[in-house]
Design a protein around this ligand. Structure first.
Ligand code: ASP
Length: 344
């Protein structure tokens, strides 16, 4: 590989982009990366040094686990000095969760980690996978004054480059599968790729990449709805080992004001349970205390998730609980911006 040629490592974890239809069962399942490469001869025209690693077996991202997040983080760490950027091929279903988790786990990141995938497999004539993978590679290789243009964990999909921990999968049918309600795209790809430089996070200090792989899975998401059953709610909150709960509340962070709801929450917080209030509303912000229906939550020690997504919220909780910090510190960090996942 010529010394001045950008080098990119593709980490193929699975997803529709690399799937093929089984002629017998008619279901889609992942194939090997070599077969994907055969479908995109254009990759060689990019002029970059492109190498790949395939996770075995490649999976449908519905089967994603924190153990695989750790495997991805370790792979990036192992090959960090050898490549200018990383492209992760991943199923769309849980891509926003993986992107969020990686954004916390990769500390001092100063190279691009661009996740992408597709809605139609790469071998299908109308696939969106080719444009997605080619542009993701170009973004991962982009440099200005010798430095990476986007040294963040991002999702590139259907002309938009989003900060990964701000994304949500919003469509399983359209090619534009992802959106970012609270943060503008870091780049848009039309005839040219236009970068939104002021919105991109650049590392403040120069440090070596550190991967923090401590994740605690003793968490759960509870979506609030009219008719929430008292018995079920109370029994979830007393489950043995459970340490953190994302409450998916209404609107600007509201919950029913039935006394049993607050009593159950207060009892649990007294025993060290951590609650994070994340809104079911894709837009807007959690403002605890704005309405009567959220004032008591604040008093009971529930932490505002502000404008965080559920994906970034639950992974942040898993990450912070993994650090073995006192409850008060976990709560303090939940309110802070760790890697661009919420407004300050
Ligand atoms: N079920 C697939 C996956 O997440 C969907 C996709 O890739 O778009 O792996």
């Amino acid at each position: 590989m010529a010394a001045d040629k950008q080098s990119i490592l593709i980490i193929y974890t699975g997803g529709t982009i690399g799937m093929r239809e089984d002629p017998k069962t008619k279901t889609l399942s992942p194939m090997k990366f070599e077969l994907i490469q055969e479908e995109i001869p254009e990759l060689y025209k990019l002029g970059f040094g492109i190498e790949s690693i395939t996770f075995t077996p490649p999976i449908d991202s519905a089967n994603m686990t924190p153990a695989i997040w750790i495997q991805i983080a370790k792979t990036i760490k192992t090959y960090y000095s050898k490549y200018d950027g990383f492209v992760i091929l991943h199923g769309t279903d849980t891509m926003a969760y993986t992107a969020s988790a990686l954004s916390y786990m990769l500390e001092n990141l100063d190279k691009p980690v661009i996740m992408t995938g597709s809605q139609l497999p790469i071998g299908v004539l109308r696939t969106d996978g080719k444009e997605n993978i080619i542009t993701a590679i170009q973004i991962a290789a982009a440099k200005k004054d010798g430095k990476a243009v986007v040294p963040e964990v991002c999702i590139y999909f259907s002309s938009n480059l989003f900060r990964g921990n701000r994304t949500t999968k919003e469509d399983s049918q359209q090619f534009s599968a992802f959106t970012s309600h609270h943060y503008p795209p870091l780049a848009t790809a039309g005839v040219d790729i236009k970068y939104n430089y002021e919105k991109i996070n650049y590392p403040r200090s120069k440090g070596i990449l550190n991967i923090n792989t401590s994740i605690d899975e003793n968490v759960i998401v509870i979506k609030i709805f009219p008719g929430l059953n008292r018995k079920y709610f109370e029994s979830i909150l007393t489950l043995e080992g459970l340490k953190g709960i994302v409450l998916e509340s209404y609107g600007s962070g509201n919950m029913p004001t039935f006394p049993w709801v607050f009593e159950a929450i207060r009892k649990a917080t007294d025993l060290g349970m951590i609650f994070m209030n994340v809104s079911q509303c894709p837009g807007g912000n959690v403002k605890m205390g704005y309405y009567e229906t959220s004032r008591e939550l604040k008093e009971a020690g529930v932490v505002s998730g502000k404008d965080i997504t559920v994906e970034a919220g639950i992974t942040k909780l898993m990450f912070l609980l993994g650090q073995n910090l006192p409850v008060s510190e976990v709560k303090a960090y939940l309110l802070q911006n760790l890697s661009g996942e919420l407004e300050n």
